[in-house]
Design a protein. Structure first.
Length: 372
């Protein structure tokens, strides 16, 4: 991942901001009865913003009664990433997605592992603008099969995502989001309509942990997970397992059970290793080391006990639980090391080569690129 620029607070009024390439009227907002006050409709915070002020995420400003995004196409980081890095393990394995991020977030997680951009504020005067057309052109130039909006919360690049997705679909590429899942229902609907193919949702934990550490309502995340699945989006779920935050058996089991019941037993669930980042663990009462591998293995076991066919360990390269096995006969199907696919034995018909069981996976042999 290449960090392209520092990001600082936006300064100046209407005359200095309007007309810049990265400043564009927001797609989803409403005017309120109070003079020049608006309500943002991009995420579930629904911030009510006075004139001259920013919303919670610090990426949207009310300028004289009109809501603007300050980071349309303002790219802080860009990289041609293996799709496994997202992580997507059942979506075009072995392919690369041209991945971009900007700045800001609508969550307040104290352990953020991309905090250098997610806790920053856009500065249109120093933005690094990449047009949607140029971005899609770069997908081809860099040998990628699709796009990914990631690194920080992609919902904050909502307007840009719509334009990129539409162009990318016309060019035959897939579109993905790596998200906390806190976009509004209207935003999710539009993302799908414009070409969102896959989402990896970072489910932070159970109700108490998400409320305490992220300042959010986890039920809205679950709603969007189910809604995306029902709209035909490929969904994978990731939970960063953090000791004393969300590693309790009751919490882990409830997440696994709910994935099976609400999204389906074939939904991939990634349980990944936490390591300290952003705020000092002592400052916020977090675990001071990496999550023990045995804790992750127990989460994997619980996921399997609750009936999930595909559970994976993350951030532990070389562990056998980062591989894909046939849920019927246990045959090794995809062998991985970190973000690399070492071997893929799934047949062209997306079946196990040993027992013939159907494997739920979108790949070059089927799925969205050829209309199946």
């Amino acid at each position: 991942m290449l960090n392209l620029r520092p990001v600082e607070v936006a300064k100046g009024g209407k005359n200095t901001l309007i007309g810049r390439a990265t400043v564009k009227e927001a797609f989803l907002y409403k005017h309120l009865e109070e003079r020049k006050k608006v309500r943002c409709g991009t995420c579930e915070r629904f911030c009510e913003i006075d004139a001259g002020k920013l919303g919670f995420c610090k990426t949207r400003m009310n300028i004289d009664g009109t809501l603007y995004t300050l980071e349309y196409g303002d790219i802080s980081s860009i990289s041609a990433n293996p799709i496994e890095k997202k992580p997507f393990f059942h979506f075009f394995p072995g392919s690369k997605a041209l991945t971009v991020g900007s700045s800001g977030c609508n969550f307040s997680c104290p352990w953020c592992q991309n905090w250098d951009i997610s806790k920053s504020i856009p500065n249109p005067a120093r933005g690094n603008y990449i047009s949607p057309e140029r971005f899609v052109q770069m997908v081809k130039e860099m040998g990628c099969l699709g796009t990914s909006i990631s690194f920080n919360e992609p919902t904050l690049l909502f307007e840009y995502s719509l334009d990129v997705f539409e162009l990318a679909k016309k060019a035959g590429y897939y579109n993905t989001y790596v998200t906390n899942g806190y976009m509004s229902s209207d935003a999710l609907r539009l993302l799908v309509e414009y070409g969102l193919d896959a989402m990896n949702v970072d489910l932070k934990g159970c109700e108490e942990a998400v409320g305490k550490y992220c300042g959010a309502d986890v039920e809205k995340v679950w709603r969007n997970i189910v809604d995306a699945k029902e709209r035909g989006v490929h969904v994978e779920i990731t939970t960063l397992i953090i000791p004393r935050v969300n590693d309790g058996e009751e919490c882990v089991r409830s997440i696994a059970s709910r994935i099976r019941k609400n999204v389906g037993e074939n939904t991939p669930w990634h349980v990944t290793q936490y390591y300290p980042a952003y705020k000092s663990p002592r400052e916020v009462g977090l675990y001071e080391g990496r999550t023990p591998v045995r804790t992750l293995e127990r989460a994997w076991e619980i996921g399997k006990e609750e009936g999930l066919n595909y559970v994976y360990l993350g951030n532990v390269p070389g562990h056998p639980y980062e591989n894909t096995y046939c849920p019927r006969c246990g045959e090794l199907l995809i062998k991985r090391y970190g973000f690399d696919v070492v071997q893929n034995r799934i047949t062209p018909g997306n079946k196990c080569p040993e027992c013939g069981a159907a494997i739920r996976i979108c790949s070059k042999y089927g799925g969205i690129l050829n209309g199946q």
